[in-house]
Design a binder for this molecule. Structure first.
Ligand code: GDP
Ligand code: MG
Length: 457
């Protein structure tokens, strides 16, 4: 399988320079198959692999990964990027109700999703209302009412929500039966929401089985009438190659601000996500994953990327290889003490223990070149604190000691636990250390220590 081939040992090319064309070609062939298997539309596959090839050709050979893994890593990063990078949140109104309109083909999952989104927003403390502006099918309004009941969210529908006259069956110029005027219902729904102080209005609209100009015009009219904060295009994840045509038609006809990928609980590998995102440039915001009212997920580009690639195990291996490499590299760095490198916590520890052996810290620091300026900061550091500082540094991993900038919040919490101090003490030390590092750098660059090999000045 693809995974086997990619994890099988490649010729070791470490240090060879750039990835070679043949390294890339064989992996790209595999990637193309994986994307087509995932039902990514062909033009998107072509464009995508072209981009990956260009980037891979310019890439330096990784020290940590074999070439196959390295190409997969690039592919994964590009996928995540196209799928939107970070998850985008709903654009909420600053005042008055947030208006969200749903659009998409019939059967794509709009009405089901309307209920899920309403329920989720309700659970988050909002007061949503659903508006039944699909008057195309006689039972569509009833369906939304059932959905609303399940979600515990009220539904504004033409039968209930107005003075009558608009729920009569009518026929438009094209002879299409319609149970009232959806534009009017949508607008009345939004007005009702304002009056009754609901803070989110979700407008369900009609869809047809294939892209259709009347439908598109109707959706565009609704959009114009209610001026929504979000127009979410709901698309069935199983749509396959038709994704491009459908998404383009809706973008041209109604335009939308975000995408909902529905029926992701099925067999679909999610290729439609890549097709829609790369053709329309619109972010995918939610995944709909079942018929139940709670089957809704915020869309995660990274998870979708690994689903499309179907290479979860390869991606895990890549991460492990990079982590193992970090460790190896950190150990090497810890061994060498070079004046040319940035001042690290390992250097710091060595200096501290040297100074401690000699006794009086402050006096000695005052005598070290350049350290006089640091005295004020170091005056705040008494001898007992010194031991605590040492404990903190000892709780750091070799990687952290050599890369203090990489010590993020969770690492800080772990270090604090390990050394029995508070996180704020760790923060203080890191801040002081950052200042010391800067000073050391100035010393080196400013020629404060003359005669050091490899130093300018
Ligand atoms: P609409 O015509 O766009 O409003 O689509 P509906 O919401 O009526 O959904 C069409 C059919 O798909 C219904 O039978 C739904 O139960 C089903 N459906 C909708 N969303 C999902 C989903 O995420 N997963 C699954 N398995 N079925 C879904
Ligand atoms: Mg519907």
């Amino acid at each position: 399988s693809l995974s086997d081939r990619l994890t099988a040992t490649f010729t070791n090319l470490r240090g060879k320079g750039r990835l070679t064309e043949s390294d890339i070609n064989s992996t790209i062939r595999d990637i193309r198959m994986a994307l087509l298997d995932a039902d990514v539309a062909l033009p998107v596959v072509k464009q995508f692999t072209r981009g990956v090839r260009e980037r891979a050709l310019g890439a330096e050979v990784s020290q940590a990964l074999n070439p196959g893994q390295q190409v997969v890593k690039i592919v994964n990063e590009e996928l995540v990027e196209i799928l939107g990078g970070q998850t985008r949140r709903l654009n909420m109104a600053k005042s008055g109700p947030t208006v969200i309109m749903l659009a998409g083909l019939q059967g794509s999952g709009k009405t089901t999703f309307a209920g899920k989104l309403a329920r989720r927003l309700r659970d988050e403390g909002h007061f949503p209302v659903l508006v039944a502006a699909d008057l195309q099918r006689p039972n569509a309004v009833r369906q939304l009412e059932v959905v609303g009941e399940r979600a515990g969210v009220p539904v504004f529908s033409p039968e209930r929500g107005n003075e009558g006259g608009h729920d009569a069956v009518s026929e438009n110029a094209e002879g299409t039966r319609s149970y009232g005027d959806p534009v009017w219902v949508a607008q009345a729904g939004v007005n009702q929401a304002k009056l009754r102080q609901y803070d989110v209005v979700i407008v369900d609209t009609a869809g047809r089985l294939a892209v259709d100009e009347n439908l598109m015009q109707q959706a565009a009219d609704i959009r114009e009438a209610i001026n929504p904060h979000e127009v979410l295009f709901v698309i069935d994840a199983m749509i396959g190659q038709a994704a491009i045509e459908t998404a383009t038609a809706f973008q041209d006809g109604v335009d939308f601000t975000g995408v909902v990928l529905s029926k992701l609980d099925g067999d679909a590998r999610g290729g439609a996500a890549l097709s829609v995102a790369s053709i329309t440039g619109r972010p995918i915001m939610y995944a709909s994953t079942g018929e139940g009212v709670k089957d809704i997920e915020v869309f995660h580009p990274d998870r979708m990327a690994s689903r499309i690639l179907d290479m979860g195990d390869v991606l895990t291996l890549i991460e492990q290889a990079e982590r193992a490499f970090d460790k190896r590299q950190a150990a090497e760095m810890a061994r060498k003490f070079s004046g040319g490198e940035d001042f690290t916590f390992d250097d710091f520890l060595q200096q501290m223990s040297a100074i401690k052996k000699m006794g009086n810290i402050k006096g000695l620091l005052g005598m070290m070149p350049g350290m006089g300026q640091m005295r004020d900061q170091l005056n705040a550091l008494d001898e007992r604190e010194f031991d605590r500082v040492e404990a903190i540094v000892h709780s750091m991993t070799p990687f952290e000691r050599n890369n203090p900038k990489q010590i993020n919040g969770s690492r800080r919490a772990r270090i604090a636990r390990g050394s029995g101090v508070s996180v704020s003490e760790v923060n203080q030390l890191l801040e002081r250390f950052g200042q010391a590092q800067k000073m050391m750098r100035q010393l080196k660059n400013g020629g404060g220590m003359p005669g050091m090999p490899g130093m300018p000045g």
